[in-house]
Design a protein around this ligand. Structure first.
Ligand SMILES: Cc1ncc(COP(=O)(O)O)c(C=O)c1O
Length: 401
């Protein structure tokens, strides 16, 4: 094995031979090349809602590819699967009369949402509105827009100049956001936030925070963007975090859970009011990707949503959450973790020290969690069984003892 592969978010000096290869998956379990099984406590990377190895999705993608693997959706072309998945997504969103722009990654969705927010302000005659307000701990992908929007400082460093006009506010302080609006209100295009911050450490919003952001945006003519790349598709107990928290944004990004990872698919849900701005006769939307509406990806999205619906997976989140909270509370009671946070089916166990050694010990015990600084993230497939949740908690207890 050569070192030809340059791994994402990894030390390039680490040799290929030191990596663990996952070669197979079934439900909430994945298997390495030696046949050892692991409970996939992070659902690949916050995304595999329906579990691994689902033939329903594999067959749907195969059938689509036998028809046509991909053909672009730039005018004058369209695609039945793209139109259908868009329809299924808006129907489950707070914008049933909205529309969906498609891409392949969360980063593409975020950058498109940022562009759309500025575009709409320009088209409303507010050329001076370019500022995007973003939050500490926010993770919004790694394209230049998303990198500029990062609230994780280390992810912004080392790339030279980023996109201008981003202002960061502390993630839990609505007053700080209000101060930014008081100072720059007529130059703010949008506020960008995850409903529950994920990769930055799993932080649910403090009470009233998202409602407060909505109010600030409404009072000042700014758009509210929810980055639902992790929260979307059931993770918080409803189809979208917007519904769980009862706050409706103008633009919503999604990716990950829309296909459970069987094919790359992402997008931006656009409210009716924003669509009205774009639908002016003669206007041409000059942004998009070769693979916007990729047929095989859209077929995976359709089959994934059908499967989630048929198996009531969004409704399983309550039980998953209850069991994870009980397990984490017991670990805290035993003094094995300092604290925990999270909601729905997304949690972080705070260890108060570097979490990599605990992650490594848990891997040896056959459980995959993701270390984030001093905490371990838990975000399992929505098909996880009670026994498998027990295996995660037991492995954590053993590793920390
Ligand atoms: C909230 C959020 N936005 C955007 C992204 C970027 O998605 P991708 O890695 O598919 O580009 C992520 C990835 O974890 C994410 O969690």
């Amino acid at each position: 094995m050569t070192n030809a592969l340059l791994h994402p978010f990894s030390p390039p000096a680490k040799p290929e031979a030191d990596y663990l290869e996952i070669v197979r998956g079934e439900g909430s379990l994945v298997f390495d090349a030696a046949g050892r099984d692991y409970v996939d406590g992070i659902a690949n990377l916050w995304l595999c809602q329906v579990g691994h190895g689902r033939t329903e999705i594999i067959d749907a993608v195969t059938a689509q590819m036998r028809q046509i693997e991909a053909y672009n959706t730039f005018a004058p072309f369209t695609s039945g699967p793209a139109a259908r998945v868009a329809e299924m997504i808006v129907e489950r969103s707070p914008h049933p009369d909205g529309r969906v722009f498609l891409g392949c990654s969360g980063s593409e969705a975020v950058d498109t949402a940022l562009k759309l927010a500025r575009l709409v302000q320009q088209r409303r005659g507010h050329e001076g509105r370019q500022i995007i307000v973003k939050r500490t701990n926010g993770y919004h992908g790694t394209n230049f827009g998303g990198t500029s929007a990062q609230g994780i400082a280390l992810n912004r460093e080392g790339w030279g100049d980023l996109v201008p006009h981003f202002i960061e506010v502390p993630h839990d302080d609505l007053e700080a956001a209000a101060t930014v609006f008081a100072e720059h209100g007529d130059r703010i295009a949008a506020v960008l936030t995850e409903p529950v911050q994920g990769a930055g450490g799993v932080y649910p919003p403090v009470d009233g925070y998202l409602e407060g952001l909505r109010r600030l945006c409404d009072d000042n003519g700014a758009l509210l963007i929810f980055d639902e790349v992790i929260c979307g598709f059931g993770r918080t107990g409803q189809w979208f975090g917007a519904q769980t928290f009862g706050v409706t944004p103008d633009l919503m990004t999604f990716a990950k859970g829309v296909t459970s990872g069987y094919q790359p698919l992402s997008g931006v849900i656009v409210s009716r009011a924003v669509c009205n701005e774009l639908e002016e006769p003669g206007f041409l939307l000059r942004t998009g990707y070769t693979y916007s509406g990729h047929q095989a990806s859209c077929a995976a999205g359709i089959a994934n949503i059908e499967l989630m619906e048929a198996e009531g997976l969004v409704g399983r989140v309550d039980n998953i959450g209850e069991r994870l909270r009980a397990g984490l509370a017991a670990l805290e009671g035993d003094g094995l973790i300092k604290s925990w946070r999270g909601m729905g089916a997304i949690y972080a166990a705070e260890l108060g020290r570097d979490a990599v050694p605990a992650r490594d010990k848990m891997l040896e015990a056959g459980v995959i969690l993701r270390p984030m600084g001093t905490c371990l993230a838990i975000c399992p497939p929505l098909v996880i069984t009670d026994d498998e949740i027990g295996r995660i908690i037991d492995a954590m207890a053993d590793a920390l003892r």
